[in-house]
Design a protein around this ligand. Structure first.
Ligand SMILES: CC(C)(COP(=O)(O)OP(=O)(O)OC[C@H]1O[C@@H](n2cnc3c(N)ncnc32)[C@H](O)[C@@H]1OP(=O)(O)O)[C@@H](O)C(=O)NCCC(=O)NCCS
Length: 108
């Protein structure tokens, strides 16, 4: 997940993660897991606030690709911790079902 620096701290990251959780719930997933760099305090605060907890897996090295603009992205390795969140109580998104669901509108 990446939010442009000038758009951070306005709730965009929270909204993106909540949308991903709703989409996962809509397809029947029971939980979400993610990996976050152990040194990434801002991201870890966000995940903790949204209910993510330590998965209990030892921290490990993980290949990453940072997005970039104007071809300035880069790949590397970082030390990450795995976090998990169960989706009990997360409302399923309406949009994945609606896409293929109601075809009566298309027929008109
Ligand atoms: C981590 C990241 C995705 C968070 O995105 P974001 O859009 O800043 O996230 P939010 O705005 O939802 O939350 C960030 C903070 O803003 C606060 N906030 C949210 N809406 C706000 C608002 N309207 N006014 C003021 N503050 C607000 C949140 O409470 C949160 O505070 P905290 O840092 O004390 O926890 C972003 O920092 C980023 O792209 N980082 C670089 C890439 C990265 O590290 N990605 C994660 C890899 S695992």
């Amino acid at each position: 997940m990446f939010v442009l620096p000038e758009w951070r701290n306005r709730g965009v990251g929270t909204a993106l993660l909540e949308a991903a959780e709703s989409a996962a719930a809509a397809r029947g997933d029971q939980g979400v897991s993610l990996a976050v760099s152990t040194g990434n305090a801002a991201a870890r605060r966000l995940y903790t606030r949204l209910g993510y907890a330590d998965a209990g897996v030892p921290v490990h090295r993980h290949a990453t690709t940072e997005p970039g603009f104007d071809s300035d992205g880069h790949s590397g390795n970082e030390t990450v911790i795995d976090l998990v969140k169960r989706l009990d109580g997360v409302a399923a998104a309406a949009w994945p079902a609606a896409r293929g669901g109601d075809r009566s509108r298309d027929a008109r």
